[in-house]
Design a protein around this ligand. Structure first.
Ligand SMILES: [Zn+2]
Ligand SMILES: [Zn+2]
Length: 229
């Protein structure tokens, strides 16, 4: 069975801190088998990480976290970046056109761009899976709601640490047993719903530090006059 991190941010995200080497190093040292770096509306660092993952004995899955008009969507196994600002359905279509897998992260977290503030629970079935365990949530309530939603809609379940610093990589993992140990093999298992999710909540002081760091970065980002992200 492979342990997979499907949701982690590098310093290519406006609110991430560490370079891909550190994230890969951490993934290796906590015993993960595969990792997807999913930066906010950035794809290059993820591609680089996917290419370099084998140097660390890992399977790399290219991906990104897209800011759709409705909120965040994870795109995994894509080959080209997808622009932010499209509708939820357009974004899912773009992901599928590339043969990618669309996962809805933290759907109930309105304050962190969870899509359910904007779309209905029926719309969400266009996606391939729901992230039912996000380790950055302050309370377990949103995770429980996400789990119930996945159950009700018959959607596959994943977990993600949503790490913004290397130490948190592997905090929430998705376990799969693919026929073939590859990014494609892993994503097929997710699409088929053959997953086990396993996670620990990020300690609150680290959640706080990650959030505070994000705020600082966002402010300097604005001051630099680049509000595009
Ligand atoms: Zn997000
Ligand atoms: Zn994220």
């Amino acid at each position: 069975m492979l342990s997979v991190e499907l949701h982690a941010h590098s310093d290519a995200s406006y609110d991430g801190r560490d370079p891909v080497e550190l994230l890969l190093q951490q993934a290796k040292s906590v015993g993960l088998d595969a990792i997807a770096i999913t930066d906010h509306d950035e794809f290059n660092a993820s591609l680089e990480a996917a290419e370099r993952a084998p140097e660390y004995g890992l399977i790399g899955i290219p991906g990104m976290e897209i800011s759709t008009a409705a909120g965040h969507v994870l795109a995994l196994g894509i080959t080209e970046p997808i622009e932010p600002g499209l509708t939820f359905n357009q974004t899912i279509e773009r992901i599928h056109e590339q043969g990618g897998t669309a996962i809805v992260p933290h759907p109930f977290q309105e304050s962190r761009s969870g899509v359910l503030a904007q779309i209905s629970v029926n719309d969400i079935t266009a996606a391939d899976a729901i992230e039912v365990y996000n380790s950055r949530l302050i309370t377990g309530r949103s995770n429980r709601q996400a789990k119930q939603l996945a159950q009700r809609q018959g959607l596959p379940r994943t977990a993600g640490s949503d790490a913004h610093i290397a130490e948190m990589v592997g905090q929430a993992i998705t376990k799969v047993s693919p026929e073939e140990n590859s990014a494609e093999g892993i994503l097929t298992e997710i699409q088929e719903g053959r997953t086990i999710v396993d996670g620990k909540r990020t300690p609150w002081r680290i959640s706080f530090r990650q959030a505070a760091g994000g705020v600082k970065r966002r402010i300097s980002h604005k001051l630099n006059g680049d509000g595009s992200k």
